[in-house]
Design a protein around this ligand. Structure first.
Ligand code: ADP
Ligand SMILES: O=c1ccn([C@@H]2O[C@H](COP(=O)(O)O)[C@@H](O)[C@H]2O)c(=O)[nH]1
Length: 202
């Protein structure tokens, strides 16, 4: 199995890049695991308390379970991937059966901050977009899709997202084998990664 780790700050375009890479590739050959599925279970907190949580610190992720699942997939075993709700700010009851594939992409803001996960990635990619681009994209998404208002999102950006990005996410760029500039859509970089994936699939 070829494991590709894809990190980068919120709104840099990780999900978009992953979708461009896997577009038209057979599901049974290429799998995707999102770090977001592995946020800690916060069922013991109320929704208002969960909304106050710092979701950009490495401690917010159950990296132990993520590493365990990655190892199982690499060893050829299926896993039950947790499902996350951004509206509820919590894991759902349901899980998704996820089977081993020839290529597995693991994506998330903090993927390259964890030594055990880094060790399991054959190729490490960091998607870069400038902070003003990322803030604009994040604002649109939080307000239109995730139930936050403008002031809440800006406040969160200043108090949590930016400090966590500067402390943990940006420094993890040094571990990347490939950095994809993504202020604009980068079809050349996506094609290069697609050709690496295709090589593994033949
Ligand atoms: N290169 C780009 N140029 C303009 N908008 C982009 C670009 N890449 C992604 N987007 C948009 O930015 C938003 C966040 O992208 P997404 O892929 O979800 O980022 P991430 O997964 O890193 O948070 C989405 O609305 C997406 O359509
Ligand atoms: O309940 C939640 C949990 C996390 N977030 C934010 O999501 C981003 C990570 O996802 P990207 O797709 O990479 O942006 C992170 O910055 C968290 O703050 C959330 O909004 N709600």
């Amino acid at each position: 199995m070829l494991v590709i780790g894809i990190a980068g700050g919120t709104g840099c375009g990780k999900t978009t890049v992953v979708n461009q890479i896997i577009n038209e590739l057979p599901d049974e050959e290429v799998g995707v695991i999102s770090q977001d599925s592995y946020y800690n279970d916060l069922s013991h907190l109320t929704l208002p308390e969960r909304r106050e949580t710092n979701f950009d610190h490495p401690n917010s992720i159950d990296f132990k379970l993520l590493a365990q699942h990655l190892k199982a997939l690499k060893d050829g075993h299926s896993i039950q991937q947790p499902v996350y709700s951004f509206l509820e700010c919590n894991r759902k009851e349901e899980t998704v059966p996820t089977h081993p594939t020839k290529v597995l992409i693991v994506e998330g803001i903090l993927i390259l901050t964890n030594p055990e996960i880094r060790e399991m990635c054959d190729i490490k990619i960091f998607v870069h977009a400038d902070s003003d681009e990322r803030l604009i994209r994040r604002l649109k998404r939080d307000v239109n899709e995730r139930g936050w208002d403008l002031d809440e999102t800006l406040e969160k950006y200043q108090t949590i997202l930016k400090p966590m990005h500067d402390q943990f996410i940006e420094p993890s760029k040094e571990y990347a084998d490939i950095i994809i500039p993504n202020n604009k859509y980068n079809t050349v970089a996506v094609d290069i990664v697609r050709s690496i994936v295709n090589e593994k699939l033949v």
